[in-house]
Write a protein that binds this ligand. Structure first.
Ligand SMILES: C[S@@+](CC[C@H](N)C(=O)[O-])C[C@H]1O[C@@H](n2cnc3c(N)ncnc32)[C@H](O)[C@@H]1O
Length: 327
C-alpha cells in the first residue's frame, strides 16, 4: 500500500478519530504499509484495523486497548504513545493478522438499512411472500419485519430494537406482511449464533460507534430466532435453484443491499436472467439498495417485472430515507 492510498482512506474515516490517527501512523511506517499490503481481502485497511480490534477484544488488558472506546471506560485521546503501542501490537500479531486477512472479508451487516428496505418491500402491495436476501452476510435484514421503526412521525412494529431514520421525502406506507421462508444467499454466509462470526462482525464496527454495536447485538438476538436459512455460493448461480425450491406459484421478494455493486458484469447478467426465468412461473418483486451512489446516499429501486424503478434514496447506513411521492 502507498502512504497516499492510506491518507486517501483516512479522509473518509472522519467518524473515527482513532482510525484517522492510526491511518497517519500506518502511512508513515513502511513496516505497517507492508503488512497492510499483504492482506488478501479488500479493503486492506479495514481488514487490518478490524483484525487488530478482533485480537485486542480477546485481551482488553493489553495496553493498546486504552485508546479503544469499545474496550475501555475512559479511552485516552489519540497521541504519540498510541502509534508506538499500535506498531508493537501489529508486530506481535503479524501472523494472525495476515491469516485473518486471508480468511475473513469486509462483510458488515447493517440492520438499520431495513429502514429503507422495508418501505421498498411494502411497495410490492403483497401481504404474504417469501423473502430472499442476496449477499445477506449474517442475515440481519431478513428479519426486517421483526424490528420497530420510526421515520419522522410514522411508526411501525413492536420489537425490542427500534430503528430510527430521518424522513426527508414522502412517508413510508406501512402494511401488514407475513413472510414465509427467509433465505439468505452469500459467498460466505456468517452465522450470528457462531461466536467467531459474531466477533468478526463486531470487529468490523468502528470503535467509536457504540450505537451501531448495540444495534448489531439487538438485531443478532432477534434474527437468530426467526428461522433464517442460508445458502453458500455465488448468488448468480444459486438464485435459480433457491427460488425454484419455493412452493410453486408463490410470490417472492428478492432483495439486495450493497451487494450487486460487487458483482461482475457476467454475474449481473446471469442473475437478471435467472430472475427473468423465475418470473415465468411466479411473481418476483425486486428491491435493491446501494446499486448507485450519490455524495450523501445510495439508490433505492424496485422492479415488479416491468423494469427497474427508482423510489428514492437512503443514507448508506439508514440514517435517513428520502422516498419519492409515489402513486
Ligand atoms: C457489503 S456486504 C452487505 C451485507 C448486507 N446486504 C447489508 O446490507 O448489511 C456484501 C455481501 O455480499 C456478499 N457477496 C458478494 N458477492 C456475492 C456473490 N456473487 N454472491 C453472493 N454473495 C455475494 C459478500 O460476501 C457480503 O456478505
Amino acid at each position: 500500500m502507498t502512504p497516499e492510498a492510506v491518507r486517501g482512506w483516512a479522509r473518509h474515516a472522519v467518524d473515527s478519530p482513532l482510525y484517522v490517527h492510526l491511518a497517519g501512523v500506518i502511512a508513515d511506517d513502511p513496516d505497517l504499509l507492508g503488512i497492510a499490503g499483504r492482506i488478501v481481502s479488500q479493503p486492506q485497511l479495514n481488514i487490518l484495523l478490524a483484525g487488530v480490534q478482533l485480537i485486542l477484544a480477546r485481551d482488553p488488558s493489553d495496553p493498546l486497548a486504552a485508546w479503544y472506546p469499545n474496550l475501555t471506560a475512559e479511552p485516552r485521546p489519540p497521541d504519540d504513545a498510541l502509534g508506538r503501542e499500535f506498531r508493537r501490537f501489529v508486530a506481535d500479531h503479524e501472523d494472525e493478522i495476515t491469516r485473518i486477512g486471508a480468511t475473513r472479508y469486509a462483510q458488515t451487516n447493517e440492520a438499520r438499512r431495513a429502514v429503507a428496505l422495508l418501505p421498498a418491500v411494502w411497495t410490492s402491495g403483497w401481504d404474504r411472500f417469501h423473502l430472499v436476501d442476496v449477499g445477506a452476510s449474517a442475515g440481519l435484514n431478513l428479519a426486517l419485519d421483526r424490528y420497530r421503526y420510526r421515520w419522522g412521525s410514522v411508526e411501525w412494529g413492536d420489537s425490542p430494537l427500534l430503528l430510527e431514520a430521518g424522513s426527508r421525502g414522502a412517508d413510508p406506507r406501512p402494511r401488514p406482511i407475513e413472510i414465509g421462508r427467509r433465505i439468505g444467499l452469500d459467498l460466505n454466509p456468517l452465522d450470528p449464533s457462531n461466536p467467531d462470526d459474531r466477533a468478526w462482525l463486531e470487529a468490523l464496527i468502528w470503535p467509536e460507534d457504540g450505537e451501531r454495536r448495540r444495534r448489531f447485538r439487538a438485531a443478532v438476538a432477534i434474527a437468530s430466532g426467526v428461522g433464517i436459512e442460508m445458502v453458500a455460493g455465488d448468488a448468480s448461480a444459486t438464485i435459480a435453484g433457491v427460488v425454484g425450491s419455493l412452493p410453486a406459484g408463490e410470490p417472492v421478494v428478492v432483495m439486495d443491499s450493497f451487494t450487486l455493486n460487487q458483482f461482475s458484469p457476467a454475474q449481473l447478467e446471469a442473475f437478471d436472467r435467472a430472475v427473468a426465468e423465475a418470473r415465468e412461473t411466479r411473481p418476483v418483486y425486486r428491491v435493491s439498495m446501494g446499486e448507485t451512489w450519490r455524495d450523501d446516499g445510495s439508490s433505492l429501486r424496485v422492479d415488479d417485472g416491468s423494469g427497474p424503478r427508482q423510489i428514492g434514496w437512503a443514507h448508506h447506513h439508514g440514517r435517513w430515507v428520502e422516498l419519492y411521492d409515489l402513486p
